[in-house]
Design a protein around this ligand. Structure first.
Ligand code: SF4
Length: 74
């Protein structure tokens, strides 16, 4: 997974979902404090770096990133 291309914030899907590589930079009111890709159920990477997200097939998102589809891991 480490060699998957990283999702760009300018990618159309990323823009549609409000994806940011650093959750602390989002101004989206839907963002809840502490929420990021590493604690999202769609993320299957490690706690740091980048890893796969089910919403971005074939690409990697940042563990500390975020998007509006964030759903806390069960
Ligand atoms: Fe990150 Fe979850 Fe959004 Fe994927 S769905 S980009 S893991 S917050």
């Amino acid at each position: 997974a480490a060699d998957l291309p990283h999702v760009s914030e300018s990618d159309p899907t990323a823009k549609a979902l409000g994806y940011v590589e650093d959750a602390s930079t989002t101004k989206d009111p839907k963002h809840k404090a502490g929420a990021n890709c590493s604690n999202c159920q769609f993320y299957s990477g490690g706690p740091t770096g980048f890893g796969p997200c089910q919403l971005f097939p074939g690409k990697a998102v940042s563990a500390k990133g975020w998007c509006v589809s964030h759903a806390a891991k069960a």
